[in-house]
Every structure is written in C-alpha cells, then in structure tokens.
Design a protein around this ligand. Sequence first.
Ligand SMILES: N[C@@H](CCC(=O)N[C@@H](CS)C(=O)NCC(=O)O)C(=O)O
Length: 203
Amino acid sequence: MGKYKLTYFNARGFAEVSRIILKLNGQDFEDVRVDSETWPKMKQDTPQGKLPVLEVDGKKIPQSSAIYRYLAGEFDLYGDDKEDKLKIDIIIATIEDLWPPMIKIAFGENEEIKNAAKKKMEEEVIPYVMEYLTKELKNNTNGWLVGKRMTLADLIFFTATDQVAVGFPDFIEKYQELKTLKNKISEVPQIKAWLEKRPVTVH
Ligand SMILES: N[C@@H](CCC(=O)N[C@@H](CS)C(=O)NCC(=O)O)C(=O)O
C-alpha cells in the first residue's frame, strides 16, 4: 500500500480534491470510507473528532483545507511563486463563499429559509464566484486559473463545481470558458482514470 491513508465518509465532499491530488501524482493511497456504524467507534481516535483525516508517516492530519494545502505543497501544485500562491488562495477563498448558502439549502430550518438561500445562490453567489473565476481565467491567458500549469486552484474549482451541480445541474452552461476548463481537467489521464473508477456518490 501507499504512503498515504485518507479517511473520510463515502462521499466526495471535503475529501475529493485531496483524493484527486494523490491520484494525479500516482499515489496508490488507502482510500478509507467509513460507514455510519463504524464512525462512532473511531471518532475518538481522530485528532478533532471529524473527518477527513490524512495519515502520512504515522502523523494524522485533520481539516480538509490543511490536508489539500499540504498535498499541494508536496506535489508542486501551489504555483511557481508568492504571487501565484496568493492568487490561488484568493480563488479558494472565493469558491468557499459558495458553501454558506449551499449549507442553508440543505439544512435550513424551514422551506422559506431554504428557498431564500436558493434564490441568493442563483442570483448572487454563483454569478459572483463564476464571473470572478472567468475573469482570472481570461486574464491568465495560459488556459489555467493561475500560472502556466494546472494548480490547486483548478482542482478546487473542479471539485466545487461538481458539488454545486448537485443542486444546480446546468449552472456551468452559462460560463463556457469555465466549462472548457472543467472538461480539460477531466481529460488529464490520471484524473480521467480516477473519475471512471471512483465510487459513485451523490455528494
Ligand atoms: N472544517 C472541517 C470540517 C470537518 C467536518 O465537519 N466533517 C464532517 C463530515 S463532512 C464530520 O466529520 N462529521 C461527523 C462528526 O462530526 O461526527 C474540515 O474541513 O475538515
């Protein structure tokens, strides 16, 4: 088995970008998917009582964003210089603005709250995020969001748009440049192979 063990639930969720980084770099990692019966028994053995957790050389790393940033550093996906790294971090933070309304849509206390979050997502949040990403992609002129090659920013974009599509199936159609980028990422051979073989899950 490989050097890395990534433990999460049977979902793409907070773990998928890290799985993709590992696959992209030929790492035959242990892809552990915990079921709801097993989780309470192992919760206390995790650093923060939450998943995902990445184990590397006996060290257990919690927090999805710490995990994918660590892996991006290990596998040279964090840009070529400080400027690139800053742009990547801004893109990630912008994409993260999608999650509060998405969480309200899923877990809002009543239909009114859920519908208001859906409207906000459609009318404000999706356009703001996708228009910013389109601008960065066009400004960059290399066919990637940042710098001369694929970086963590492209991979976070890739996995985030999959999650948004669960609730808004055709939302990317309005953003053709980003659709082209998404298709290009899905054709990278190691990613393509993983997409074909990974477990099919809703989230
Ligand atoms: N900020 C954490 C959040 C982790 C988190 O909330 N994980 C959820 C699953 S998505 C979890 O472990 N839930 C089970 C529990 O809290 O017992 C991260 O990004 O890793």
